[in-house]
Design a protein. Sequence first.
Length: 301
Amino acid sequence: MRSSTQVLKRAAGAWKREPTEPAPRPPLIRELLLLTVLYAGYKLGRRAANGQFGEAYRNAELIWDFERAVRMPSEAWVQEVMMHFEPVIRALNIYYATVHFPATVAFIAWMYFRRPGFYVWIRRVLVWLTGAGLVLHLLVPLAPPRLYEVTGLVDTSAVFGPSVYASKPDPDSLANQFAAMPSLHVGWSIVIAVGLIVATRGRWRRLWLAHPVITVTAVVATGHHYWMDGLVVAFFLAVILLVLRPPRAAAARAVRTPLTLWRPAPSPTPGAAPVSGAAPGGHAGTEPPAPRPADLARRDG
């Protein structure tokens, strides 16, 4: 009994702990290789989850019936409203097809170069969220609304363009059309908004929340996701952010880790001379005066 109480206390202490200090910026080439390997593993994992058509449609029926049972607004109603404004639905199609991945890559690059004190935290959040999403893709294949005729939704990308997927799902394709649960479109967009709000100090920085709002509207109106796909990924992200706390803002913004390609920058040793080259008690950028001959003779005895 005592041991279980101690475990609970330690867990509670870990959840209440202060945000960690910012980590130094990792070397560029190593980071590019790491992210490339992780993304390739994610794509291969989605490929391995492809082809479970029967289970995907059964799960779609469960999700659709559950949403109606709890009286969630119908995705078909959202699409019907948007379809009355063709320029709007076309814009949402383009947003869904072209913004998701480039925006995430640009966000990661910006954090790496401009906010290195926050970068490692953001990378960890994205990796854990994507990993959790992949596990659910494997365990819960799900046919999106546009492929589940009961919903009454159509594939607006196929109607108005640009089309993202093939007209018919292919079990041998790298593009798994039955990986709707959870929606990483929604998850990554929330990470971008949260990261930019935490890492910047602009007066209007909360306007970055418009990105996930537009993304949710786009994935639902175009028939690619259910409401539950976004709610589940938001829950995952909330748990991850509770565990992976952001670094202290003031300390993270003060980080000026030099850019390195492969090896990490050496950590300063205690008592080392200042980086500016200033001598103790002297001025920055000046060298200590050369010893005079008389001083050398006196020192040597």
